[in-house]
Ligand binder design. Structure first.
Ligand SMILES: Cc1ncc(COP(=O)(O)O)c(C=O)c1O
Length: 446
């Protein structure tokens, strides 16, 4: 059995130390009348004049700003704790911190990132039900007390590493309507709740609330209603065990795409209705959420360059018959970003079926389209972005743009084959810049 080491605060005077003022991030402010596409045009020209074609993201901080306003208007009772795992770009985290969101952190490094931004520990939930002991001790040493658990073994670890933690019991809920399911891996079943509360009591641990996650990319608003009903049952069971819970965490799962099949407002209507019925404002229960995709998905557009191409005619390589103009010809293009970089969603993510790369340069509607395969740059044949994609003929040096690339892209990207990761260019319009008073967190670079 491990010995209790407790957690030592990082200061010598007993106060928990936090990061000093964080460094400013560089952003571009778009002059009145200049759009994101103007910025992309200019960036491409700049790169080409330097003889470079490296991929880049343009990040609309306006989009993040507006999404926050929409959240406050639609879910006024629910405080968002942004899920850092979804995209940890500093300019985005700085914007969210300035807007006053909390942070859902999954690891020591994410907690450190949030603290470095100036977030106070009460604005952080360590929302991973299975944590390394050293990360729990790190949370403890930095005053981060709110954390999730879903098993007896996790309770034992927390009792040893952070006995004063405020625990949130993650329950498994029906996530069958989501593009990414999480309940097979995490979440206690309702039948085990009584036993877990009893064990926490024996260990002297405080269980303060309940959390769930309906799965990422949820397509059915009723999933939230049913999950909130499940959470209500857990609150009632806890009452029977003499535990008064005061926190409900409704997790993430909301798409960030404007064209998603279910509008955010439909989710919020269902959530507000269920909360008002089962956790009314006078219940004294604080409601939080852990949105990831919602905030960032539509804010990022990727620009990748066509670095190579190959013509295939009737499954025979062009070099064997030279008939480049055959009607049957298929094309293969190789981009400088792929599934090992920004586009890993094409390998793992059902949401990517909605993602459609398009040409940066103007295309006539009459321009002929060819059945094409789009590959990433690495030596691996798994690195395939699109198959059977009908697109006008591309040439080496053309740029393809991909919208809605903000969720689980930057954070999943590797440098396999040592291809450069896409550079990140955050931009904000002059209007939002003036409205949001952000000069203390950003350096303007143009
Ligand atoms: C515990 C937890 N919270 C929040 C999120 C963010 O979910 P989403 O990006 O779907 O909002 C995730 C995603 O995996 C998660 O595991």
């Amino acid at each position: 059995m491990e010995r209790h080491t407790g957690c030592a605060p990082v200061s010598t005077n007993g106060a928990v130390m936090h990061a000093s003022s964080p460094e400013k991030c560089d952003i571009d402010v778009l002059d009145d009348g200049r759009s994101i596409s103007d910025f992309i045009d200019q960036k491409i020209k700049e790169l080409e004049s330097q003889g470079s074609e490296e991929p880049f993201y343009v990040v609309s901080l306006d989009s993040v700003f507006q999404r926050h306003g929409r959240w406050l208007a639609s879910l006024p009772r629910v405080k968002p704790f942004y899920a850092v795992k979804c995209n940890n770009t500093p300019a985005v985290l700085r914007m969210l911190s300035a807007l006053g969101t909390g942070f859902d952190c999954a690891s020591k490094r994410e907690i450190q990132l949030a603290l470095d931004l100036g977030a106070t520990p009460d604005k952080i939930i360590y929302a991973h039900p299975t944590k390394p002991r050293s990360h729990i001790r790190y949370a403890c040493a930095h005053g981060v007390n709110l954390m999730t658990f879903d098993s007896e073994d996790e309770l034992l670890k927390i009792a040893l590493c952070h006995a004063k933690a405020k625990l949130v019991l993650r329950i498994a809920v029906d996530d069958s309507e989501s593009l990414f399911r999480l309940s097979p891996k995490f979440g206690a079943r309702l039948a085990t709740v009584g036993k877990l509360l009893e064990r926490a009591g024996e260990l002297g641990l405080e269980v303060t609330g309940v959390s769930f996650h309906v799965g990422s990319g949820c397509t059915a608003s009723l999933a939230f209603k049913h999950a909130i009903e499940d959470a209500r049952r857990v609150f009632d069971i806890a009452n029977m065990y003499g535990v008064q819970m005061t926190l409900l965490d409704i997790g993430g799962g909301f798409s960030g795409r404007e064209d998603f099949q279910v509008k955010f407002e439909e989710f919020s209507d269902v959530i507000n209705g269920a909360l008002d019925e089962l956790f009314p404002p006078d219940s004294g229960v604080q409601i939080i959420a852990e949105p990831g995709r919602y905030y960032v998905e539509s804010a990022f557009t990727l620009a990748a360059n066509v670095i190579a191409r190959r013509v295939v005619t009737d499954d025979v390589d062009e070099h064997s018959n030279g008939e480049e103009n055959s009607h049957n010809r298929r094309m293969m293009y190789y981009l400088n970003d792929g599934v090992y970089g920004s586009l890993s969603c094409f390998l793992t993510d059902a949401t990517c079926s909605e993602v459609q790369p398009y040409l940066h340069r103007a295309v006539e509607s009459s321009e002929r389209r060819y059945r094409s395969i789009i590959w990433g740059p690495t030596c691996d044949s798994i690195d395939k972005v699109m198959d059977n994609y009908w697109i006008p003929e591309l040439y080496v040096g053309d740029w393809l743009l991909v919208d809605n690339m903000g969720a689980y892209s930057v954070s999943l990207s590797s440098d396999f084959n040592s291809f450069e990761k896409a550079h990140i260019c955050p931009v904000v319009t002059a209007e939002t810049w003036r409205a949001s008073n952000l000069s203390h967190i950003y350096n303007i670079i143009c």
